[in-house]
Design a protein around this ligand. Structure first.
Ligand code: HEC
Ligand code: HEC
Length: 338
């Protein structure tokens, strides 16, 4: 079986990999993926296996399922399809917008089915294959089980899984695409296809990444901010993902309207009250507002909670800007299928 290494050549028929590859050419070993990653292995016969490409300095992904070109294409179509919601108005991408690193742009809470609002801030979707658990409270351990939550959430897509599956089964294009991916049309394959697409949402081409690859240099404020970051923030936001996947209470106060106690709802442990998953800071400039309920309108308001001097806040902001990955937010492979 032929393994396709993910480059700009795939999926959307691009003629050059420029949008995907780091400027400076083919980017060398640090950029090329490993064949042992998610993807190789047990893809069904008749599908085209895809190997995930990520920086060689990163650990192996935790997501182990096989990836195929057909499965990813199907997941991408589903991700952008409003028919996954009850009244066909809301897709995953309504709340997870590419230009906001797949968070909801400029919204503390997101709009769901029938003018409802979510109770939490939509997180960026990036580097999900390395996450230990999903949602702000980590209540969903496996990515493939995640899509059922927004599809059936009354304040998200308001549909039932049976309802979605019936629509998909009636649709000729979906029938063909599921067949091409060697999948029956059911709840499990729906979650699997969406996950295959989401796993490909890798952000690793920010200025920070280019500095790490020796292809760019920090300005003085960025460098000073990086040093402060390593000293004061890395304990919870460690490189290269800028999160350790743990749940922490950073002196959160309870919003008495939302009444969201966070991780405690999952573990039942008092010490987990108001603990939320440490968010990645990649693309953080694009994902405002901040915090699990979007209560902080801008980065300065978040940083003011960390007892920093004005000087430190200034340098830290300069560094955080280097985590913006404009390749990722414009990557045509991740946009709505044509
Ligand atoms: C109405 C807005 C909305 C829609 C529609 C929506 N999401 Fe989300 N998404 C959110 C919010 C809000 C959260 C955080 C929920 C929580 O922590 O409880 C979230 C969390 C996630 C996460 C967890 C990310 C992480 O880092 O833990 C994934 C994955 C995800 N959504 C994928 C999807 C997929 C796939 C769809 C479509 C089937 C979808 N979402 C539809 C708002 C939305
Ligand atoms: C003790 C662990 C811990 C440390 C240390 C820490 N953070 Fe955080 N950070 C968190 C948690 C947890 C959240 C999410 C809080 C919530 O919403 O309940 C967060 C949220 C943020 C956010 C908002 C991101 C978003 O998408 O909502 C930013 C920005 C941030 N931290 C930057 C920093 C910086 C800069 C430092 C160093 C000065 C730092 N953090 C130190 C745990 C930590």
């Amino acid at each position: 079986m032929r393994t396709i290494i993910v480059t700009g050549l795939l999926w959307s028929g691009l003629t050059a990999g420029a949008a995907w590859m780091a400027p400076g050419g083919a980017a060398g070993a640090a950029w090329l993926g490993r064949d042992d990653a998610a993807g190789a292995g047990s893809a069904a016969a008749g599908t085209t296996p895809v190997a995930l490409v990520y920086p060689s300095t990163w650990p192996a992904p935790l997501y182990k399922g096989p990836l195929t070109q057909e499965g990813i294409a199907l997941g991408r179509k589903l991700f952008y399809d409003p028919r996954l919601s009850k009244d066909s108005t809301i897709s995953c991408a309504s709340c997870h917008e590419q230009y906001a690193a797949f968070a909801t742009f400029d919204h503390s809470l997101s709009h769901g089915y029938n003018n409802t609002l979510t109770t939490r801030n939509a997180p960026a979707l990036q580097n999900l294959a390395w996450q230990k658990a999903y949602m702000w409270d980590g209540r969903i351990p496996h990515l493939e089980d995640q899509p059922a939550a927004p599809i059936t959430g009354s304040n998200e897509m308001g549909e039932t899984l049976q309802g979605v599956l019936a629509k998909l089964k009636k649709d000729r294009t979906y029938r063909q695409m599921f067949a091409a991916a060697k999948m029956a049309i059911n709840e499990k394959t729906l979650g699997n296809a969406l996950s295959q697409f989401m796993v490909c949402l890798i952000s690793s081409d920010s200025k920070y990444d280019k500095v790490k690859r020796g292809q760019a240099t920090f300005t003085l404020p960025e460098r000073l901010g990086y040093a402060i970051f390593q000293q004061k923030c890395s304990a919870c936001h460690p490189e290269p993902f800028f999160t350790d996947g743990s749940y922490r209470n950073i002196s959160m106060t309870l919003d008495t309207t939302l009444n969201d106690v966070g991780r405690m709802k999952v573990t039942g442990r008092k010490e987990d009250s108001l603990a939320f998953k440490v968010p990645s800071l990649r693309n953080v400039v694009l994902t405002f507002p901040y915090g699990h309920d979007g209560r902080y309108p801008d980065i300065r308001t978040v940083l003011e909670r960390y007892h920093l001097t004005n000087y430190e806040i200034g340098q830290l902001k300069a560094f955080l800007y280097t985590l913006t990955d404009s390749t990722f937010i414009k990557d045509p492979r991740f946009s709505a299928p044509g």
